[in-house]
Structure formats: C-alpha cells, structure tokens
Design a protein around this ligand. Structure first.
Ligand SMILES: NC(=O)c1ccc[n+]([C@@H]2O[C@H](COP(=O)([O-])OP(=O)(O)OC[C@H]3O[C@@H](n4cnc5c(N)ncnc54)[C@H](O)[C@@H]3O)[C@@H](O)[C@H]2O)c1
Length: 325
C-alpha cells in the first residue's frame, strides 16, 4: 500500500508543486492548508491531480486541527508558514504564532501520533548575510528580520524534539526557490511580470544583493532525496545550487529574454531597513551531495525561461494588488 504523506501549506507556491510531485511518485497525499469559507484550495484548486489529493482545511496555529489532519499519515512535511519579510516588520507576532507555535503543533502532534518521519522546512534567511562563502550548515545564525527569527525558533524547537524525544525529524533548509505560481512579491516573478507588462523602467529593491536560486522542480526532488536518506535524522541540510547571482544581473537576464522593458530603477519602497538587508546568500551543497543522490538540474537561464513561459500564459491568475511589495 502506498504511504500517506501529509503536507502542511500544500496549497501555496512550493506546497502545490510538492503535492503534485508526490502524487506522481505514487504517495497518497493529504493537503493541509488554511480554512477559508469558500473551500478554496489555492494553487491546487485547478490541479490536474486534485482528484487524487485529500484536502483538509484548518489552521496550523490550532493543535486540534493539526493533530486530526496528521492522524493516519506516515510522513509529515511541514511547509505552512507566513513567509513575506516586509509583512514580518508589520506583524511580527503573527509570524511567531504561525511559524513557531505552528511548528510546535506539528512536532507535538507527530510525537503523540508516532509519525514515521517529519520534515521541517527552514530557510537560508536564518543565516543572515554570508560571513563566508559558500555557507555550510555550521554557518553562524543571524536573524535579520522577524521572519528569520521565527524560523530560527522553529528549527531549534524541532532539533530539541529530536534530542529530547527522539522525534524522527529532518530539517530541509532551502535557499531561494522560484518557478511557476510564486507570488509576485518575490523578486523573479515581480521582474518578469513588470517586463511582460512593458513597465519601463521596472522597479526593484536592492540590486547588489546576491541569492542562490533553485528551480521548484529541483527543490521537489531534493525533498524526496532527503526523505529517502537514512542518515539525515536530527540534521539540517541546505538546498541550493552552489551558484549565486546578483539581483542586478538577474534583472538584466530577464530583460534580455523578454525584450520589452528596457531598464530598471531602485524602488525605495522595496528596500529593507539597512541592518535587516541580507546582502549575500550562497549555499554549500556538500552535505546534500554527500548524503543524498540529489543535484540541481535546471540552470538559472532555463528556469527563468520556464517561469516566463508560464507567467505569460497565466498572468491573469494574479491580482494587480500583488505588485505592491
Ligand atoms: N519560497 C522560497 O523561496 C522559500 C525559501 C526557503 C524556504 N521557504 C519555506 O518554504 C515553505 C513554503 O513557502 P512558499 O514559498 O510555498 O510560501 P506560500 O506563502 O506560497 O505557502 C505557505 C502556505 O502556508 C499556508 N499557511 C499560512 N498560514 C497558515 C495557517 N495559519 N494555517 C494553515 N496554513 C497556513 C498558506 O495558506 C500557504 O498555502 C515555507 O515554510 C517557507 O518558509 C520558501
């Protein structure tokens, strides 16, 4: 019989791809996301795999709904989170409740249910600006935003459940993920959508920042490789390509491909407060390469092409208010 896998935050950008990926792999997928009165399943609403997925709407902040959703699943992958850094300056407490208490609910429920394996999703933002490159899992932690701080707390709580209760957790730490369905608040979709709409100059935030971008299908593969590894229990593992690109070079690459918008300018509204700006992130891939079979396959140029193609077909699926960072 196929294993049952519960994915929290399954209706979001990455969760929707991961849910479809595991359906295709033959798992029984249970998608957990936030309750809403219209029974909307986000990016899975019109998925060709919708009929193969069991949906449970609830709230990650509510222990009872998390416990009931996880009951019956052998594997839990926890993605549900508030992820926007700008909103974390406005409502830090919402990030603590969703990202920390939400992770506590997942840990406590999986402990009580004896779940076989739990993958917690971290983020490279917890490292802050790189102090050395490439950044391995031992790089110092330096939360520069309330979002990053909430993820540090969630990671540490997860490690404490491994050490205190032997809960079979693994911490997957993606650097930047990109691809179809990502919010227009993220840098790649924001630049692409402005280019497609012939906005000139296009507006972007800090152009000097450097990021390590992994295409979403590669990130799905990496989660599967981490899941299959027998060695990574109680461990943190980076997911990145080991290559980074400045936002300036990224914008130039996209402009060159779309050939509509001709230039870009820095929008002061998109800058983070100075001390909160994470200047550079570059993953060390040693640990994931040593412990799993994973390697990223899609280059940044190919991934941008795929994302542009998808966005040209689907721009109507985004609300115009999403342009505002
Ligand atoms: N996108 C990236 O570049 C990136 C990089 C590193 C780590 N991550 C991590 O990956 C995970 C998924 O991120 P994403 O980019 O898909 O974001 P997303 O915002 O698209 O998805 C998050 C999902 O969590 C759900 N959620 C939020 N609050 C909830 C609540 N109270 N109850 C139930 N569900 C709730 C949302 O409805 C959404 O579907 C997050 O944990 C994020 O921190 C993302």
């Amino acid at each position: 019989m196929s294993k049952k896998i519960l994915i929290t935050g399954a209706c979001g950008f990455f969760g929707s791809h991961l849910s479809e990926f595991f359906v295709k792999k033959g798992f029984s997928v249970v998608a957990f996301d936030r309750y809403n009165p219209t029974n909307d399943f986000g990016w899975l609403q019109n998925s060709q795999y919708k009929k193969d997925i069991e949906f449970i709407l609830g709230d990650i902040r509510d222990y009872d709904s998390v416990y009931k959703a996880i009951q019956g699943s052998e594997i839990c992958i926890h993605l549900a989170a508030l992820i926007g850094i700008p909103y974390s300056y406005i409502s830090p407490l919402a990030y603590l409740k969703t990202n920390v208490e939400g992770t506590y609910n997942v840990l406590e429920a999986t402990k009580n249910l004896n779940t076989e394996q739990v993958i917690i999703t971290s983020t490279s933002e917890i490292y802050g600006s790189s102090q050395y490159n490439p950044m391995d899992e031992l790089h110092p932690i330096n939360a520069q935003s309330p979002y990053a701080a909430s993820k540090v707390a969630a990671d540490q709580l997860s490690l404490s459940y491994y050490k205190s209760f032997n809960l079979p957790i693994k911490i997957a730490r993606p650097f930047n993920i990109y691809g179809p369905r990502q919010s227009l608040r993220a840098v790649i979709p924001s630049i692409i959508s402005q280019c497609i709409n012939n906005i000139n100059p296009i507006k972007i935030g800090n152009i000097e920042s450097e990021r390590d971008f992994t295409y979403v299908s590669d990130t799905c593969e990496s989660f599967n490789c981490i899941l299959e590894s027998s060695k990574l229990f109680g461990e943190i593992v980076n997911i990145g390509t080991g290559k980074n690109i400045s936002i300036k070079n990224l914008a130039e690459l996209i402009i060159e491909k779309i050939e509509k918008s001709k230039s870009f300018s820095v929008d002061q509204n998109r800058l983070r407060p100075e001390k909160s700006e994470v200047s550079s992130l570059l993953a060390s891939t040693s640990k994931i390469y040593t412990n799993t079979k994973w390697k990223s396959k899609i280059s940044i140029s190919e991934g941008i092409d795929k994302t542009i193609y998808w966005m040209e077909e689907n721009l109507n699926k985004f609300k115009s208010s999403n342009y505002i960072v």
